[in-house]
Structures are given as C-alpha cells and as structure tokens.
Design a protein around this ligand. Structure first.
Ligand code: IPE
Ligand code: IPE
Ligand code: MG
Ligand code: MG
Length: 364
C-alpha cells in the first residue's frame, strides 16, 4: 500500500488553522509532533524528547521568518511564499534530533537548523524552474505564480540568508555548507545532462541522489551533532545516516511521483516523466527484459501529452521496475539503520529508526 505524504495535515506547524468560528488559531506542540508522525513517520514515545524537538522547531520557525525579511516587499513576499506554504521541515528536525546526542538545541544548533532549511528552500525554488513544476508544497510554485526570474532570484536570496546565518557558526561550518551546496548543485547538474555513453545509468542515479539529496540531509545531522558537542564517532555516524536516509528519501519521492496523485503529493505528479528525468523505477523497468513492450516504447521517447503520461504511469505502477525500486529503498533504509547501532540507545535513536522504517512503509 502506498502511504502518500499528507499535505493537508502536515502544515499546521507553521500555518494557522481556523476554528469553527473562523478565528485563526496557532496549532499547539502536540499537533506539530502529530504532523511529523504523518509526514515523516516520526515516532516519539518520550515526553522530554517531544518537548525538546517541538521547542526547537518553534525557534527555527521564528528565525526562518526573521531571516527572509527584506526592505523590498517583493523579495520578502516571494521568499515567504514557500516558507508559509508548509513543508515537512525534515532537515531542521534531523538537525535537532542529532543535537540530542550532544547537549541539545543551543542557539548555534537552531541557527544551523534554520540554515539547512533555507538552503533546501533555495534549491526548491531553483528546482521548480528546472523541472517546470507548477505546484510545490500544495501551493503554486514560484515560477508559476510569478516567473522564472523571480523564482531564481528568490532562491539566490534564500541561499544568501543561509550563508549569513552560517557565518556566525565559524569557518568550519561555513566551509561545510559551501561544500554541501556545491555537491548538491553538482548532483542537479549531472541529473540534467544525463549519463555519458557506456555509463551504468543505475549506478549513476544512485550517486546523483546521494549528491542532490543525501548531501544536505547528511550535513543537517553533521551540524546538529557537531554543534552540540557530540563525540566524533557519533557525528560521523549521524552524517552517514543522513546521507543514506536522504538517498532513501529521494527514492521514495521518485516512487511516489509515479504512485501517488498530485493532490496527495502537494506537487505536480509525473513531473519526472514529463521532464524526461529517468528515475529508479524507470531505469529498472528499462533494464528488465520482461518489461511490457508498450511501456518500453513509451519510455523511449519524450512524453508531453497528458494521455500518454497517464498510460505510462499506469503501466509503471504494475511494473517490476517499481518493485525493484522499492527493494533498493528497503536496502538503503536498512543500511541507514545500521549506522545507528553505534549510537547510544536513547529516545532520539528510536526516533531516527522510526523515520528509516517509515520510508520503506510509505511506498509499499
Ligand atoms: C523535496 O523535499 C525534494 C526532495 C529532496 C525529494 P521534501 O520532501 O523534504 O520537501 P518539503 O520540504 O517537505 O516541501
Ligand atoms: C528536488 O529534486 C531538489 C533537490 C533534491 C535539490 P526533485 O526534482 O527530484 O524533487 P521534487 O519531486 O521536485 O520535490
Ligand atoms: Mg523537481
Ligand atoms: Mg528536479
């Protein structure tokens, strides 16, 4: 069974909800933890951890809003557009969770958690231009609402704000975030230009997703652990866990792009097919000699007509390619979970495990 990302209920952390009288009310900490359970499968049985993460996420939300202020209202409005549209806040959450292996969420940890979300946001503005996506976080993408120029410049603005925040964390942190962004952009570039002749497309896909998605999630864990003073071997374990869970997250996202509806995703569905980006289920389907001939034919040429996209999505849903992608996702999640064995048994470790388990469950 496919468990879609529940956008309707994953936005209350940073969005006001309306009471029956129509009065705006801000959701409480319990709602936010519940949202994270729905959106990333986070399981927290420990009251202390739950409070710590909740308080940390509140501080991040505040700093996020402060960071996108601008004297020029058009800049602020375009930046706030996706900040306020919701999002899981998975990267800051993971930074806060990693800080639990040290001394918890200090001001530096909050700064780092906010910065990784700002970098993530910047890449989403740019990614939607590249992918010509019309929806993001259940709202219109910035390129659709305004235009490509506004979306690109807003992404740049967000990255500038992230860099400003990280400058306060010292030169090591500044170097780490710069290298991470370089790696992420390299992954996006490699995805765009496609494999060279003779290159194994599946190995290439796996290395591209490690760069474009794993890198920032790895850095989120690294920052949280490093800035809270966790022991070096735990910092490295959380970094590796982040890299693997990030790749698993991207594989599950690519599976959901085929298996869920746009409403469930909160973003345009079938975008990868439309853009000719061959994700893991497609690559496996093309490599499997048993794949339906019609599916191979459809996947061999660019797809722009809605009817052909719908037909391809239908055939992919029943393909061995999808099942093989689910198996690779399980493999990554299990490898990620293995990295946690060096960490002390604690509610934070259990919470990390629950995310790895959920990534498998949400696409099966
Ligand atoms: C979307 O990331 C882009 C990918 C790396 C798959 P998220 O799924 O974390 O997006 P938000 O932040 O919740 O919108
Ligand atoms: C999102 O990539 C951006 C980065 C990982 C840098 P995708 O294009 O694969 O993700 P969605 O599906 O648009 O969120
Ligand atoms: Mg995209
Ligand atoms: Mg993309």
């Amino acid at each position: 069974m496919i468990i879609p990302v529940n956008h309707a209920s994953s936005h209350t952390l940073n969005k006001k909800s309306r009471s029956e009288e129509g009065e705006a009310t801000v959701s409480g900490p319990e709602d936010a933890i519940e949202d994270l359970r729905v959106s990333v499968g986070l399981r927290i049985d420990d009251e202390h951890l739950s409070r710590a993460l909740m308080n940390g996420l509140r501080d991040v939300e505040k700093l996020l809003h402060e960071s996108v202020r601008s004297e020029v209202s058009a800049v602020e409005e375009a930046a706030l557009h996706l900040v306020d549209a919701g999002g899981k806040r998975f990267r800051p959450l993971f930074t806060l969770m990693a800080a639990q292996f040290g001394n918890g969420a200090s001001a530096e940890v909050i700064t780092a958690a906010t910065a990784v979300e700002l970098v993530h946001l910047a890449t989403l503005y740019h990614d939607d231009v590249m992918d010509e996506a019309t929806m993001r976080r259940g709202a219109e993408s910035a390129n659709t609402r305004w235009n490509n120029t506004v979306a690109i410049l807003t992404g740049d603005f967000l990255f500038a704000q992230a860099s400003r925040l990280v400058a306060d964390l010292g030169t090591d942190a500044a170097r780490i975030i710069a290298e991470t962004f370089g790696e992420l952009v390299t992954g996006q570039m490699r995805e765009t230009i496609g494999p060279a002749r003779g290159e194994d497309p599946i190995a290439r896909y796996l290395s591209v997703i490690a760069q474009k998605t794993g890198s920032l999630i790895a850095t989120s864990g690294w920052f949280g652990a490093m800035l809270s003073g966790a022991p070096p071997e735990q910092i490295q374990a959380l970094r590796r866990f982040g890299s693997l869970i990030g790749a698993a997250f991207q594989i599950s996202d690519d599976i959901l792009d085929i298996a869920s509806s746009s409403v469930e995703l909160g973003k345009s569905q079938g975008t990868d097919l439309r853009e000719g980006v061959r994700t893991l289920p497609v690559l496996y389907a093309l490599a499997d000699p048993g794949t339906d001939a019609r599916l191979v034919e459809l996947l061999s040429s660019p797809l722009s007509e809605d009817a052909l996209i719908t037909e391809t999505l239908g055939l992919l849903r029943g393909s061995a390619g999808l099942t093989q992608a689910q198996a690779t996702l399980s493999d990554y999640s299990h490898r990620a979970m293995n990295e946690l064995t060096t960490l002390p048994v604690s509610p934070a470790r259990t919470a990390c495990e629950s995310i790895a388990e959920y990534l498998i469950a949400r696409t099966h």
